[in-house]
Design a protein around this ligand. Structure first.
Ligand SMILES: [Zn+2]
Length: 176
C-alpha cells in the first residue's frame, strides 16, 4: 500500500492526526457479522440482490455503532469502463463525500471476473473508512495515511473474523 503525500501546511495537522490514529472502536454485537456472512453467501451464488441488501445492512449497523450519518451504497455488476474519478477510487469501489455514497462492483470491467469475497469486503470497508474520516473524525479530507490503512485493516479483520495484523511501513519518495 502506498500512502498519499502529505498536503501543504494548512491541512498538515489533520493529516498527521489521520496518520496517528491507528485503531478504531469495534462493535461487539454480531449484527454486522451476520450481514458479512450474507454478503459471502450472496457472492458465492452470484446473487447480486442478496449482496446489495447485505451490504446495506452491514453499513447501516456500522453507522449506528459509530453514530454517524448512514452512507448510500450501490452494488454494481461490473465496473464501468469509463469512470470519472474526481475524488477517490480503488480498483473495485469508490466513495463520493459530497453525496456520502459508496459504489462497489462485483466484477472487473475487462475480464468480467468475479471479485473475490476478500477483495470485495476489503474494498467495502476501505470506502466506509473514507466515510468515517469525514463523518466521525471530521477530517477536511480523507487521505490514505498509514493510520487510514491501519483503521481499515482493523475493521476488515473484525468483519472477516481473521486475526489483526500490524502493518510495517518503509519510506519512499515525496514523504510517502
Ligand atoms: Zn481510498
Amino acid at each position: 500500500m502506498l500512502t498519499d503525500s502529505p498536503p501543504r501546511k494548512a491541512k498538515l495537522g489533520r493529516f498527521s492526526d489521520s496518520d496517528r490514529i491507528t485503531t478504531l472502536a469495534l462493535p461487539i454485537d454480531d449484527e454486522s457479522l451476520t450481514a458479512v456472512q450474507s454478503i459471502a453467501a450472496g457472492m458465492k451464488t452470484g446473487n447480486a440482490q442478496q449482496v446489495r441488501v447485505a451490504c446495506e445492512q452491514f453499513l447501516q449497523s456500522l453507522s449506528r455503532f459509530y453514530q454517524v450519518s448512514p452512507c448510500g451504497i450501490r452494488v454494481l455488476a461490473s465496473r464501468p469502463l469509463r469512470v470519472h474519478e474526481n475524488w477517490s477510487s480503488e480498483l473495485f469501489g469508490d466513495y463520493d463525500p459530497s453525496t456520502m455514497a459508496i459504489r462497489v462492483w462485483m466484477r472487473t470491467a475487462v475480464k468480467k471476473e468475479v471479485t473475490s469475497f476478500g477483495t470485495f469486503l476489503s474494498t467495502l470497508v476501505h470506502e466506509y473508512c473514507h466515510h468515517l474520516d469525514f463523518q466521525l473524525f471530521h477530517f477536511p479530507d480523507s487521505w490514505h495515511t498509514r493510520g487510514f490503512y491501519e483503521r481499515a485493516g482493523v475493521l476488515y479483520h473484525h468483519a472477516r473474523g481473521t486475526p489483526q495484523k500490524r502493518l510495517e511501513w518503509a519510506p519512499t519518495a515525496k514523504g510517502r
